[in-house]
Ligand binder design. Sequence first.
Ligand code: B12
Ligand code: SF4
Length: 486
Amino acid sequence: MNKINGNLEKIVIAIPEVAKGQSFVGASLPPLGVTRIAKMARARFPYLEVEVLDGVQIGQDQLRGRVREMSSKSLLGISAHTSLNWTNCLEIIEDSPTDKIVVGGIHAEGDRCGKYIAQNRGLDVIQGQGEIALIQYVEYILGKRKKEEVDNLIYLDKNKGLRENKISRQSQEFFPFVDYESFLDVSDYSRVFRNQFLTGDIGFTMVSPEGCKWQDMNKKRGGYCLFCDIGTEYLLHDPRFFGRWIEDHVKRYGHHGKVFMVNYADETTGAGLGWWTEVLSNMPKNIKPHEDYGIKIYTKSGKGFFYSDKLADVFWRLGVEDIHVGFEAVTDEDLRSLHKGSTVRHHERVVEIAKNYGFRIIGSFVLGAPLATKKSLEGCISFVDRMKESLGDKVAVVTGSPLLPLPGSPSWEMLRQEAYHRGKHLDLFETDNPDLYQARRLWYDWFCDKLCIECGGVDSALGYVKEISDKLNCMGSLPTPENQFG
Ligand code: B12
Ligand code: SF4
């Protein structure tokens, strides 16, 4: 349990790297979320030292060493930024010389694993946005606020009862832009970035609204991609914000070369032509698209999502160069079963548009739709072949990943229900540290029946999927980044 004593000198926010299956290659993008909470904490408590340790950048071993050196007068903030780094988070927590610990990040959302983290390990958890919640938590540590007054906090009360405080959420433009350089050496990120596939010298995450527009638009029709766990209500930005964000980063980091904004916004693509036209008309005139900066966007195919020439034209004029398309599957049956809301015709339309405007494509596939067949998976390879015939080297990167059910996603929920129905493997769902590779195996066993029958069992089906995945990963003109989960 945390000690409240006002005896606090330092706040350290640590991001452990992903635990399994990833060879350490260094990070290409500095972390937006934790650097922003660190900036806000520093502004609020100028007398405290605030440090960010990015284990994705320095590696887990070095991170462990740095945490061991911390004093007991520090607060350790742990970022469980994916369910896949939780094992490494636990390792860091075990080593911690301080008992003032708070956990945040995607994996620590209440309905994913946050409640289990508080209940089973007695740790304090901040779910959702951390900017204001961390400040309130530090005030609690300093004895200036009660625990029940810390927004977004999940914790155990004196009687070991689970408490979940109210969740508050702000639109992103409420927060300041991040000056990464006052926390991290961005030239280290830039070095890795240049070696990777993106068109620019230095890259930054630019998350536009949070949540997913596609989910919100399709709530009534059950739109929520089977493998995705974003699941937050969508907040649409003020379109003037977009240009200001880019301008800020060009000014701040332009001395490193061409700035590349990586806009994780398949949701924003769904905001439609009107919204994007407003973004374009509000772009500052002193920064030049394709020269001072470029943009990569994440999108899916489908009406409203990268479908019309008009929208593509706006994107090009805004500076978009790379398009990451979540194709996921190439038969209408598989796409339907993944709740993707796209058809093969929509995929073909994306290729046409990329050809017309010269966008580079990064295409991803999820291999494990319910009732997928050998033929439907092999189709992904012929689809990429056809795309290459049309776009040549502009098919920059291709990735094929076996479906991994993540806590909080619809596929996880299907698995949980099936487990209860069968009365098997229930323990997988009653922990904060589920074995995700076992979950994947069960997914194929219970839901990919056709593939398992064709291949002669779940192990051979998984072997076959790996074969297709390996082939796809070699099909782009540039090397596939190593952190794809095979
Ligand atoms: C940008 C991004 C990346 C970038 C990260 C760049 C970087 N250095 O930041 C890259 C491309 C590298 C990446 C890689 C991966 N990612 Co990613 N990524 C995202 C994305 C799109 C946005 C994250 C973001 O910046 N959000 C905005 C910031 C402001 O929020 P945030 O980071 O969540 O942080 C806030 C809170 O969570 C909280 N918080 C976070 N940490 C802490 C710590 C403390 C102490 C506190 C108090 C609060 C707190 O406060 C922050 C501010 O509000 C999310 C999807 C999404 N919309 O969130 C997926 C997402 C996080 N990624 C995901 C995954 C799976 C991965 C990979 C494992 C993919 C893969 N197969 O390789 C890798 C892991 C890489 C690694 N080595 O660790 C999943 C995680 C799902 C899960 N349950 O595990 C997500 C949710 C997407 C999805 N649904 O699939 N990713
Ligand atoms: S994968 Fe699907 S549910 Fe997830 S953010 Fe993209 S469109 Fe939305």
